[in-house]
Design a protein around this ligand. Sequence first.
Ligand SMILES: [Zn+2]
Length: 154
Amino acid sequence: MTGTGGTDAGCIFCEADAHPRRDDLILIRGRVTYIILNLYPYNSGHLMVVPTRHVATLAATTSEEQAELMRFTRHAEIALTEVYKPQGLNVGVNLGRPAGAGVLDHLHVHVVPRWNGDTNFMSVVGETRVLPEELNETAKRLRPVFERLAKADV
Ligand SMILES: [Zn+2]
């Protein structure tokens, strides 16, 4: 729980990476990061880019993790724009409870498609909403796009 790396048995992001049964939520795996759908999405397509290693802060990441986090965040922008055609996107990291972090010990970058008229991004945290779209349907739409982008190495 110190954020110094490795895995943590009680951590949902470490467990998601380690358990194949969660593969339905994982969209793609890189060398040191992966992309997973949010179980309680704010909007359809709400995903998170996550370092595989159990690290709590950007400060604790390696340069390789930083590079792949940004590369996958960029892929997320491209994929969500292509599939959902949102009018905007939130890209955000919440560090610490006052900042709205739901999981404190394992860094994750939220990427959320936005449309005119949906409510404020800050209300995302800790709120359970009616699912806009079934998660397996979301995964089915996004996964091929991420695989294509990874293969093209863009
Ligand atoms: Zn973890």
